[in-house]
Design a binder for this molecule. Structure first.
Ligand code: NI
Length: 396
C-alpha cells in the first residue's frame, strides 16, 4: 500500500460519515444551502481558505502549496435530484422528494477527503489547488456560475470525476478523446387550424404529421450519421390534443440530441430543421423548430488524461486503472470548464456485489460503493501533484 493510500485508509471512516450526512440532507440545483455550510465547515477544519461563490450556493477552497507553481482546479458537483429515495439505506434521504441518486454526495466526500490529504502534504505541494464545489450540475448551469464569478480565470488545468455504477468500486475509469457527449434540446411546434375528427379533409392533421416526423427523425442517426461516429436523437415528450373527436391545432415534440463531434452536432441541427420543414410541407402543416444549446462534449487533453493514468497506476495500482473503450452518451456540465481551459475527467467506479449498486444513475433504489471515496481522493491527490509539478514519489 502506498503512503497516501495508508493515510486515506485511516481517514476513510470519517469521510464515509461525511458522505452519509450529505446523503441524508440532499438539496437540488441552486438550493444547496445546508450542503454549502457543511462543506465550508469541513474545509475550514483543514485550514483551507474559502471563497463564497457569487451565487447563493457553492464555494471554492484554495490551498497554496509551499513553492510556486501552476494553479489547478479539482471539481465536485453538489446537487441532488427531485426523486423520492427508495434505497432502504439507514442513511437514506430525510427530505421527501429529494435524493442523491447521481452520487454527487460521493463526489463531495471524495473532494473533501482529497482536500484533507493535500492540506496534510502541503509542505511537498507546489502551486495552488482550488477546490470547486459547484452547485446545479443537473441543470447544467452550476459550472457557468463559478466561471462567471471568475474562479476559473487563473486556472491552468481543471479535473473532475463522476460515479459510475457499471465499474467496480475503487476503480478509476479514463480514456483519451471523448469521455461524455455534448447535448442540446430541441422543440418542434406543429400547427394547423384544427377541426372535427369526423372531417379530416377539412384541416391538416398535426398529430399525423408529428407521427411522421418522429419516424423520420430516427433516420438522422441510422441513415445520416457515419456508422463509426456516435449520435442520439430522442423525442422524449409529445404534447397533443384534448379529446378523441378533435383534430388539435398544435402538437409539440421535445427531445434531446447527443453528439461527440462538433461537425456531427451541426449536421443533426440541419437534419432536424430539414425533416421538420419537409414533413410539414408534404402534410400541409406549419412547423417551427427551436434548438436550445446545452453543453459540449467532455474531451480531456491527452497529457492531462495521461496524468490520471500515472496517478492511478502509481498510487492505487494498475489493477485499479480502467481504460474505457468508449465514451458515454450522457452529458456533464464539466464541459463548460473545458470550453475555457484544458482539463480531464475520470469515472469513479461504484459497482459492487450488491445488485442495487448496478442500477442506473438517477434510480431511486441505487446504492453506491463507498470504496470510490478513498480511491477518488487518492487519485485527485496524485493528479494535483502531477499537474502542479510536485514530486509524486512523496505520496508513494
Ligand atoms: Ni451526476
Amino acid at each position: 500500500m502506498t503512503a497516501i493510500e495508508e493515510r486515506m485508509k485511516a481517514l476513510a471512516p470519517e469521510y464515509i460519515e461525511v458522505r452519509r450526512a450529505l446523503h441524508r440532507r440532499p438539496e437540488t440545483a441552486f438550493e444547496e444551502v445546508e450542503t454549502t455550510a457543511r462543506i465550508r465547515e469541513e474545509l475550514a477544519r483543514c485550514g483551507i481558505e474559502i471563497l463564497p461563490n457569487g451565487d447563493d450556493t457553492g464555494l471554492v477552497g484554495i490551498l497554496r502549496g509551499a513553492a510556486p507553481g501552476p494553479v489547478i482546479a479539482l471539481r465536485a458537483d453538489m446537487d441532488a435530484l427531485p426523486i423520492q429515495e427508495e434505497s432502504g439505506l439507514p442513511f437514506a434521504s430525510e427530505i421527501p422528494g429529494r435524493c442523491h441518486a447521481c452520487g454527487h454526495d460521493i463526489h463531495m466526500a471524495t473532494l473533501l477527503a482529497a482536500a484533507r490529504l493535500l492540506s496534510e502534504y502541503r509542505a511537498h505541494l507546489r502551486g495552488t489547488v482550488k477546490f470547486f464545489f459547484q452547485p446545479a450540475e443537473e441543470k447544467l448551469g452550476g459550472a457557468r456560475s463559478l466561471i462567471a464569478h471568475g474562479f476559473l480565470d487563473d486556472v491552468d488545468a481543471v479535473f473532475g470525476a463522476h460515479t459510475w455504477p457499471d465499474t467496480p468500486g475503487g476503480s478509476i475509469g479514463y480514456r483519451r478523446g471523448a469521455m461524455m457527449a455534448g447535448s442540446d434540446t430541441f422543440r418542434i411546434a406543429i400547427r394547423a387550424p384544427g377541426g372535427h375528427a369526423a372531417h379530416p379533409h377539412k384541416t391538416p392533421d398535426p398529430v399525423a404529421a408529428a407521427a411522421y416526423m418522429i419516424t423520420q427523425l430516427q433516420t438522422i442517426v441510422s441513415r445520416e450519421t457515419a456508422p463509426l461516429d456516435s449520435a442520439v436523437v430522442t423525442v422524449g415528450k409529445m404534447t397533443a390534443g384534448t379529446a378523441a373527436n378533435i383534430i388539435p391545432s398544435e402538437v409539440v415534440l421535445e427531445g434531446s440530441l447527443r453528439y461527440l463531434l462538433p461537425e456531427t452536432r451541426a449536421k443533426i441541427h440541419e437534419s432536424i430543421r430539414r425533416i421538420a420543414a419537409g414533413t410539414a410541407l408534404s402534410l400541409r402543416v406549419e412547423a417551427s423548430v427551436e434548438i436550445l444549446p446545452g453543453c459540449g462534449p467532455v474531451i480531456g487533453e491527452d497529457r492531462l488524461v495521461d496524468m490520471i493514468e500515472t496517478a492511478v497506476t502509481r498510487l492505487l495500482g494498475p489493477e485499479k486503472a480502467d481504460v474505457l473503450p468508449t465514451a458515454s452518451m450522457g452529458s456533464e456540465d464539466f464541459a463548460f470548464y473545458l470550453e475555457k481551459k484544458p482539463g480531464a475527467f475520470f469515472r469513479l467506479g461504484t459497482g459492487s456485489d450488491d445488485p442495487a449498486s448496478r442500477l442506473p444513475l438517477h434510480n431511486s433504489r441505487i446504492h453506491f460503493s463507498e470504496d470510490a471515496i478513498s480511491a477518488g481522493a487518492v487519485a485527485f491527490c496524485g493528479i494535483a501533484f502531477l499537474a502542479t509539478g510536485s514530486d509524486l514519489s512523496v505520496l508513494e
